[in-house]
Ligand binder design. Sequence first.
Ligand code: NAD
Length: 302
Amino acid sequence: MTTKPALAPPARIALIGLGNMGVPMGACLVRAGYRVTGFDAAAPARQRFVAAGGATAETLVAAVSNAELVVAILPNGKIVRDVVQAMQPHLPPGCVVVDMSSSDPVGTRALGDTLLSAGFEFADAPVSGGVRRAVDGSLAIMAGGDAATLDRIEPVLKAVGRAIFRTGGLGSGHAIKALNNYVSAAGLVAAVEAIAIGRRFGLDPALMTDILNASSGRNNTTEVKLKQFILSEKFDAGFPLRLMAKDVRTADDLAHAVGVPSPLADTVADLWDAAARDLPEAADHTAVGRYLAKLPAKKAKP
Ligand code: NAD
């Protein structure tokens, strides 16, 4: 069996999804020398990519019909599966598909069955680091799939990311991405609740944060979110609450799919879903603090 060549520049990439992440990731790919054709269902998103130096197609079919690689960076796995179903009859033979969205790992495995049996290569490579690190091409990437496929897309991943982890078979990148965000989301709620309880008891929230950061309660929220975005009431850390709620639900669904008891994930997923329903569509994930503050107080135990 001959090894297929790596997808180095100037390979032709169709980039599907030109949102907050897709536009800066696409700009990195263009800077690296790839021939990128972007597509998004929303015309204003396509215009933003053109303004960032990219080229776009008016239809999904036009974007993918000449591609060596299709990169999806879309809101969720259901949308990725719908888009792949629509584009599959138009993909050139041997095309590689990479889902860089935060999708559900069970759905990713099912999509892999369809694509691989039709002769395409497929990998999942979700990202972490937010818009800021998408802009400077320093995302963390969790890549799952066949080693030969991951070898082929390595130059593409290096054009948008810095730390690239190979996580195992197809779907494993999506699994660790969701589980990471579950741990982050649970830690955020724990920190916000602790501050609210301490504040009501008379403690100073800023001092509490300093003590947490010097003690065993330290986590990502206490270090980079509490003072910066929550105590300051700026609530603009840059990662939307609706995406965090989706990721926590994905992690909880995975727990149920593999049959692992997850009482905390059940509760945390319900809480983030409720916050996403309650707060405006554009709310930042740190605004979950606002939602928690509105909940009715519990009665003191006798
Ligand atoms: P976004 O909502 O800003 O962008 C998604 C884009 O997909 C939109 O422009 C939308 O018009 C487009 N779209 C939706 N349905 C489509 C379809 N059927 N065909 C074509 N285009 C379609 O989302 P984002 O912030 O760019 O996030 C993309 C993915 O990356 C998500 O899975 C998210 O969870 C993940 N992610 C986001 C961040 C972040 O900080 N924003 C960080 C890490 C991972």
